[in-house]
Design a protein around this ligand. Structure first.
Ligand code: EPZ
Length: 423
């Protein structure tokens, strides 16, 4: 297992290119199951989660081939309906094959995903939606058995605008007989990207990106070529890193229109930000201003940038308050930041961050993808060399994070860790 060694105090400068969005690519890969033939997905990041989804699809009988960041998914042989626990436990998002499998085979057997570090991660909204379309579920030996002899269009109102539930239901509804309406749907750009590919494949969808999505079921889908949108969370991570370390960087191919509130909050913290169709430029010279923010479903402030922002605000000139509204336990990493000398108190969904002059290096762990990125950002500002272990979490969501930060001037390297990984 590897670890990252980061020596703080270097300002960042130069240009970094954003990869395709993990949280879109995973769903586009699953959607390829809907069509018989070769679907080509461009701009797929080489990250562990995409490799896990590739294994899930291979387990279902699909053939996958990579040409750089272009992935071809051949589904002629994809007759499988079972997704094993080993893969689902590695990546909860594997659950999004349920919709395409019900659409294609009218049945599926998916290992039940456990909880994770950031919350219970229930799938009740997914299942409620499928049940309204006529699916039946039973549980056996940790597996969810799903059957849908007939998949009918339905009115589905989500209790919460869940990203996964919206996507999973969408991928079944495109093949259901009649019309499905998803009310209180999630509006993330990744959902719009999925809907765009499904429409290219022949689906009939209106309202993706709004709270009401209407889907008219169709019989067949065509394999297509589709390019994944840039990763707004990765772009946000680099933007926050530049603000924390100080300096000025260009984030090529980042879409400012997908990051409105994030960029607004960074301006509030003291950053200079400009954006155009080539990307976003971020500059910061001083310690950040304290700011308050709350995480919410899109277009609210993304929960996947909350830990990175907390790392930034831990050296702000004053006290910031943040409220996490999406996941019930997404503060586990705070103890790791406090080990580096941060002064953060949490109470339920709220965190009070009293900015300190400077953090100091200490051995810390990456507890999940975004908490790992937050440790790297904190280490960029810290006095001394920080050792970050458990970085397999970082590799799940970021391709060569240390190499790209080093290209911006950071002192960061990866080395084998003498310690075994802790989950
Ligand atoms: C997606 O997870 C992303 N993952 C997450 O990113 C992201 O944090 C999340 O959306 C919110 O933006 C992928 O796209 C692979 P949700 P998802 O369903 O779909 C509750 C990252 O770091 N809920 O919108 O699982 C749930 O418990 C990851 O890249 C139910 O109660 O998120 C949570 O509190 C982390 N019942 C909230 O809704 C359900 O059936 C949001 O979950 C479904 C969800």
């Amino acid at each position: 297992m590897d670890r990252l060694i980061v020596t703080g105090g270097r300002r960042l400068s130069g240009t970094v290119r954003v990869n395709g969005a993990k949280n879109s690519a995973l769903k586009l890969m699953a959607a390829a199951l809907l069509a018989e033939g070769e679907t080509v997905i461009e701009n797929v990041p080489h990250i562990a989660d995409c490799l896990t989804m590739a294994e899930v699809l291979e387990g279902l009988g699909a053939g996958l081939s990579w040409d750089g960041t272009t992935l071809t998914v051949s589904t002629q042989g994809a007759h499988g309906v079972e997704t094993p626990y080993e893969l689902v436990s590695q990546m909860r998002a594997s659950i999004v094959v349920l919709g395409p499998l019900l659409a294609r085979h009218r049945r599926a057997m998916v290992a039940m995903p456990g909880g994770c570090n950031i919350g219970s991660r229930k799938i009740d909204l997914h299942l409620k939606g499928f049940e309204r379309m006529g699916a039946h579920f039973s549980y056996e030996h940790g597996f969810l058995n799903a059957t849908a002899p007939s998949l009918r269009g339905a009115m589905i109102s989500l209790d919460f605008p869940s990203v996964g539930a919206t996507e999973n239901i969408l991928m079944a509804a495109v093949a259901a007989s009649g019309t499905t309406v998803i009310e209180n749907a999630a509006r993330e750009p990744e959902i719009q990207d999925l809907a765009a590919m499904l429409v290219q494949m022949g689906a009939k969808i209106d309202g993706a990106g709004t709270t009401t999505i209407e889907i008219h079921g169709v019989d067949g889908f065509l394999p297509v070529r589709h390019r994944v949108i840039p990763d707004r969370i990765e772009a946000g991570t680099f933007a926050v890193a530049a603000c924390a370390a100080g300096g000025a960087i260009s984030i090529e191919s980042a879409r400012a229109e997908h990051m409105d509130l994030v960029l607004d909050k960074l301006v509030e913290a003291g950053a200079g930000i400009t954006g155009d169709d080539r990307g976003v430029r971020v500059a910061m010279a001083e310690r950040p201003n304290p700011i308050d923010f709350v995480t919410l479903p899109y277009p609210g402030f993304p929960t996947d940038l909350q830990p990175q922002m907390m790392a930034l605000l831990s050296t702000a000139r004053g006290t910031s308050i943040l409220t996490e509204n999406v996941f019930e336990s997404r503060f586990m990493f705070v103890d790791e930041l406090n080990r580096m000398g941060a002064d953060i108190r949490t109470e339920g969904h709220h965190a009070v961050i009293r900015g300190v002059e400077r953090l100091s290096a200490a051995p810390v762990r990456a507890l999940d993808i975004r908490a790992g990125a937050a440790m790297v950002i904190a280490a960029l500002t810290a006095d001394g060399a920080t050792e970050i272990s458990n970085i397999h979490h970082v590799d799940r969501g970021y391709e060569d994070l240390e190499g790209r930060l080093a290209s911006l001037g950071a002192e960061i390297r990866r080395e084998p860790s003498p310690w075994p990984a802790a989950h």
